[in-house]
Design a protein around this ligand. Structure first.
Ligand code: H79
Length: 436
């Protein structure tokens, strides 16, 4: 049967389906925003002594002149950047891929590019023998975690970007840098950004530019997964959609998607921002995302020394503990849109059809008072043949009720953030085709 909208099945193109297979199963990744902006840690002191605050947009939002911005980047020395520790934090969090900013809008390359000297080796106070992208790649390979690179098409540093007459020269340098990244580091994924023109009316990037770049990259490496911002975010651009700081209310029609989100209010390190999301919020976001067949790319912003803030590490560790407990990760990894039921008000329901059978994972964030049922509204016929609370021996009563089922657990929740009820389901066989 054809896959319905937003199911966790492959899109129609079998090549895309095969290429994106790992990504559709893995569900949870780490985003890392790290660049020359990190060296300012969110604060720019102007010559007149006043302070202007922002994170990775600080150059632009605080109108820092290029010479002053270049000057501060000369002092950038992220000596404490520890790829093994970062990869371990991701792995312990249950994140299965990492996407790091190789180049953000500021144009500063975080690997030793030969295309220009505006990079971490040639324009910093950092150890010239080190290459943090190589370090991350090696650590990620050893841990069995995929590594991808964020690359901004928009470039504030290259003077050839904003003038259509000189843009082709910029494009050549961009292609050369991307070739360095793909051939030099064998990334699993490229995450483009800065393709839009709402805040950037001089952006010459067109849908056709996106198509050309995408086919160039696929020739370099047919395994590459590429996000939709390579073009103009049409459904046909790249492999997947990229909602930012939001979880769509329903599965995204006909498109794979990944929601990227900050842990506090900024992508890059901002020392004044202590507005951290709670671990419970993050776990529930991950469950809601997986239940709509999306991926969750959760960001950390290392400080100027290269250290991931402790509040970020604490939250990542909480998410990982939840995922490892009582097999609760089965509600996320390899799971997707349930389709069979309406989204309940009391949590999220995902579906997984692997070797273990056809399962619904009802992640309950609002546990019912004793003896009261959780109602599941059916959108298609199915039977429940087994039900259990992960991490608990309590019984679960399942009874048909009105438009679906009443699920009544005998005891309390195992976890205040989300308790998972695993339902084994059977759906009717599809009617035989034809008139045989
Ligand atoms: O890399 C992160 C952001 O820097 C980047 N995408 C994510 C993954 C991004 N760039 N722009 N946007 C997201 C949307 C544009 C927001 C803007 Fe603004 C509002 C630009 C100017 C006003 C946010 C607020 C940035 C500066 C002030």
């Amino acid at each position: 049967p054809a896959a319905g909208p937003g199911t966790n099945f492959a899109p129609d193109d079998p090549f895309t389906a095969d290429r994106t297979n790992w990504w559709r199963q893995d569900r949870f990744g780490m985003f890392i925003h790290f660049g020359a902006y990190s060296n300012l840690e969110g604060e720019y002191r102007r010559p007149d002594g006043t302070v202007c605050r922002d994170a990775e947009w600080i150059k632009r939002q605080c109108a820092i002149p290029m010479d002053a911005y270049e000057k501060q980047a000369r002092t950038f020395d992220p000596a404490a950047f520890d790829a093994k520790a970062i990869v371990k934090a991701a792995k312990d969090a249950g994140q299965r891929y990492i996407v790091i900013t190789a180049k953000h809008h500021e144009g500063y390359a975080m690997w030793p590019t030969k295309v220009n000297t505006w990079n971490l080796r040639d324009h910093s106070a950092f150890d010239k023998r080190r290459d943090i992208m190589r370090e991350l790649k090696n650590a990620a390979d050893r841990a069995g975690i995929k590594l991808g690179f964020y690359y901004s098409i928009w470039d504030w540093h290259d003077p050839d970007f904003a003038d259509p007459a000189t843009f082709p020269k910029y494009r050549e340098r961009m292609y050369a840098q991307l070739k360095e990244l793909v051939k030099g580091y064998d990334p699993a994924l490229l995450w483009f950004d800065g393709e839009w023109d709402t805040d950037n009316p001089h952006n010459p990037w067109t849908a056709r530019d996106g198509e050309s770049l995408e086919s160039y990259l696929r020739d370099l490496d047919p395994k590459l997964i590429i996000n939709n911002r390579v073009g103009k975010r049409r459904v046909t651009d790249g492999d997947y959609g990229t909602p930012e700081q939001e979880i769509p209310a329903a599965p995204v029609d006909g498109q794979l998607w990944e929601s990227c989100m900050t842990l506090n209010g900024h992508w890059g390190f901002a020392k004044y921002d202590q507005d951290w999301k709670s671990s419970a919020t993050i776990i529930r976001n991950l469950l809601a995302t997986a239940s709509r067949s999306g991926n969750y790319l959760l960001n950390v912003g290392p400080d100027r020394h290269g250290r991931v803030p402790q509040p970020s590490l604490d939250r990542l560790s909480d998410v990982g503990r939840w995922l490892r407990t009582a097999g609760q990760g089965r509600a996320v990894y390899g799971a997707g849109y349930a389709g069979l039921v309406e989204e309940p008000s009391w949590g999220a329901v995902s579906r997984s059809r692997g070797g273990a059978g056809d399962k619904l994972y009802a992640s309950v964030t609002e546990w019912p008072t004793a003896g009261k049922p959780l109602h599941l509204t059916a959108r298609a016929p199915f039977r429940v043949t087994d039900a259990r609370v992960l991490g608990s021996r309590q019984g679960v009563k399942v009874a048909p009720s009105g438009d679906g089922y009443d699920i009544t657990p005998a005891g309390g929740p195992t976890n205040p953030t989300a308790t998972v009820i695993e339902l084994t389901v059977k759906t009717p066989r599809p009617a035989p085709r034809g008139h045989g």
